[in-house]
Design a protein around this ligand. Structure first.
Ligand SMILES: *Cc1c(COP(=O)(O)O)cnc(C)c1O
Length: 370
């Protein structure tokens, strides 16, 4: 699609490659990175990120829903892809045809695909519930039942076993150790019942960074490959240096002098104390740039300029320190003349986590790759 607007996101694929290398270096010899590209690569663009990861030697990708995996296949990606969510059993054949690995954590699910005739073998990774209480099988009896059904099925095989930690982003959590032990017990049961090659993976970014030595064959790195730390605690550990890959830019479309005592934007919530240069920036909550960012700031020539008045659907206003030309670059996220607005700064202002920020910026903002 042609790009006409002057608001855009810049995705630095070199930074993503760099982050993957740093994360790889943390892991013990022979342990691998699974590249997590769900939610359109955390808003960065799943296909570009996946291709960058594959170039860096990543050989397994993870997404949340089947659509996301199909999209990667449609763009020529042939490496293994795991769908972590529950795909309705009636669509399991889609995964089988495209060689996409699905997750299993329910006997019923497996029984509903029992009579399907897949043209190609369907690979399944089984999820163990160990303490997150989201998805996953809970007991060894359930495990036994599932293994028994799989053994009777012709074109279905278990190729992996995983779990997911609830508190790996906190330093030294008790629950982490408990989950780790429960996983070991379940895995032992599985290997005794099902003597085939099983791919093991337990950790996300936080676990992979904090407990690198304890990771198994794969670590499911998501947020960290985009150069974001999973929490302030993990960032504080300072054992890996990451580069934020996502920047967000726009340009001034009008600059005007507003007299003292006048108001700016809907509701007249901001009133100028003295004559002020006000710039208009073409981004708003229709782009996912939330109204809650009123009072936050952007960068112009590396200087902080506050967002004043209510953020509109397509526009917002900033208070400038002097007159600037129309077309002047405005940095909303990223580096500008030695200053930096981090994803964490935006997230902290909104009272959320950095994960949410690139995901909330809609596809009305074009992603440009450098
Ligand atoms: C999203 C997700 C990940 C990646 O988590 P990050 O914190 O982004 O590294 C890993 N595993 C599962 C099961 C997930 O849902």
């Amino acid at each position: 699609m042609n790009r006409y607007r002057n608001t855009w996101a810049e995705i630095n694929l070199d930074a993503i490659g760099y982050n993957i290398q740093q994360l790889k270096n943390l892991l013990p010899e022979g342990r691998k990175v699974m590249g997590v590209v769900k939610a359109n690569g955390y808003g960065h663009g799943s296909v570009k990120v996946a291709k960058t990861a594959l170039n860096m030697g990543v050989d397994f990708l993870m997404v949340a829903i089947l659509e996301e995996a199909v999209k990667l296949r449609k763009h020529g990606i042939e490496e293994p892809i795991l769908v972590i969510g529950r795909v309705p059993p009636r669509y399991a054949y889609v995964a089988a045809n495209l060689g996409i690995t699905l997750s299993v954590f329910q006997l019923d699910w497996l029984e509903s695909i029992q009579n399907e005739r897949f043209n190609k073998p369907l690979s399944l990774h089984i999820e163990f519930e160990t303490g997150m209480n989201r998805t996953g099988i809970v007991t060894k009896d359930q495990l036994k039942e599932i293994v028994n059904v799989v053994k009777r099925m012709e074109n279905v095989r278990l190729t992996g076993a995983y779990t997911h930690f609830a508190t790996a982003d906190e330093i030294g959590s008790e629950l982490f150790n408990k989950q780790r032990l429960r996983y070991e017990e379940m895995l032992e049961t599985l290997t005794s019942l099902y003597p085939h090659q099983i791919i093991t993976h337990i950790g996300n970014s936080a676990a992979g960074i904090q407990y690198s030595e304890k990771m198994l064959q794969y670590t499911r790195f998501g947020v960290s490959i985009y150069g974001l730390y999973p929490s302030a605690d993990i960032r504080g550990m300072a054992n890996v240096k990451l580069k934020q890959a996502f920047s967000l830019y726009s340009e001034l479309i009008q600059v005007k002098k507003v007299s003292a005592g006048e108001s700016v934007s809907y509701g007249a919530t901001f009133i100028t104390k003295e004559d002020a240069w006000i710039g208009t920036v073409p981004i708003g909550y229709g782009d996912g740039w939330r109204r809650g960012l009123q009072g936050f700031y952007v960068l112009v020539d590396g200087k902080k300029m506050p967002i004043v008045g209510r953020i509109c659907m397509d526009l917002m206003m900033i208070k400038l320190d002097k007159q600037y030309e129309v077309g002047k670059k405005v940095t909303l996220i990223g580096e500008d003349n030695g200053s930096m607005i981090e994803m964490d700064d935006v997230a902290n202002y909104l009272g959320t986590i950095n994960y949410e920020i690139p995901c909330m910026l809609t596809d009305r903002i074009p992603r440009m790759y450098v």
